[in-house]
Ligand binder design. Structure first.
Ligand SMILES: NC(=O)c1ccc[n+]([C@@H]2O[C@H](COP(=O)([O-])OP(=O)(O)OC[C@H]3O[C@@H](n4cnc5c(N)ncnc54)[C@H](OP(=O)(O)O)[C@@H]3O)[C@@H](O)[C@H]2O)c1
Length: 223
């Protein structure tokens, strides 16, 4: 049997690297999307793929590379993100900073889905790594650009899920919880393993017809 192929974006460090490592252990062919392939320490069984999610040309080039090398993709994990505004509320939010954040955290995953969905067959999965910061049902006011970008990512998830349902491709959003990474900081209560478990449930354990939801630790959470 051929190994399923998964692309994890933002795999140079943090949750993306941990997800890539674990999926290789699970027997997947793992493509690690990294914008600086030199800085990523190698992982056994993981192939580095140059990919800047904020650069549309880089996304198109990555999809062409995957098509040429592998012919198809089974799973896309849209993990890469930035958090540029620490503790700023919306009244002091800089428009350019919001644009840069949306470009990476919201448009990046959308463009990746657009570029890679044509390479995916029935049973394919797209996992958008979102955040509780994007929940409209429980508004967060810290880092407003980041939170807005994750709300947008959630909306994109719902739109993609509907668009790809007829093709049998599942699209979901997931919150890893507050995790000790460069982004989450040392105070965060969750380990890398716990955060990655939450993401990987959608790759490894969710039924293939589970689509259009927002999840944490395998449980549905409110948008
Ligand atoms: N940590 C938390 O508490 C937490 C909570 C909720 C949600 N999340 C979400 O979980 C995901 C992973 O977060 P993390 O904590 O692991 O973050 P992190 O430690 O800051 O790592 C972010 C990763 O994204 C990559 N990245 C950023 N911009 C990129 C771009 N334009 N192109 C390609 N890669 C790019 C970084 O690559 P470089 O090394 O090149 O910078 C790095 O690999 C994110 O979507 C985040 O929003 C995290």
């Amino acid at each position: 049997m051929t190994k399923p192929i998964v692309l994890v974006t933002g795999a140079s460090r943090g949750l993306g690297r941990e997800a890539a490592r674990r999926l290789a252990e699970e027997g997947y062919t793992v493509l690690a999307g990294v914008r600086d392939s030199v800085s990523m320490k190698p992982l056994p069984g993981v192939e580095r793929l140059p990919l800047d999610v904020a650069d549309p040309a880089s996304i198109v080039a990555a999809a062409a590379t995957v098509k040429a090398r592998h012919g198809h993709l089974d799973v896309l994990v849209n993990n890469a993100a930035i958090l540029l505004d620490d503790q700023n509320d919306v009244l002091s939010l800089d428009g350019d900073l919001l644009k840069r954040t949306l470009e990476t955290n919201s448009l990046g995953p959308l463009r990746l889905a657009q570029a890679f969905a044509p390479l995916m067959a029935r049973g394919g999965r797209i996992v958008n790594v979102s955040s509780a910061g994007g929940q409209l049902s429980a508004p967060s006011t810290w880092s407003s650009a980041y939170c807005i970008s994750k709300t947008a990512l959630n909306a994109i998830t719902v739109q993609l899920a509907e668009a790809l349902k007829p093709r049998g491709i599942a699209v979901n959003a997931v919150c890893p919880g507050w995790v000790r990474t460069d982004m989450g900081g040392l105070e965060a209560p969750r380990s890398l393993q716990q955060g990655a478990d939450s993401i990987l449930w959608l790759v490894l354990k969710a039924a293939p017809d589970v689509t259009g939801g927002f999840w944490r630790d395998g449980q549905r959470i409110a948008w």
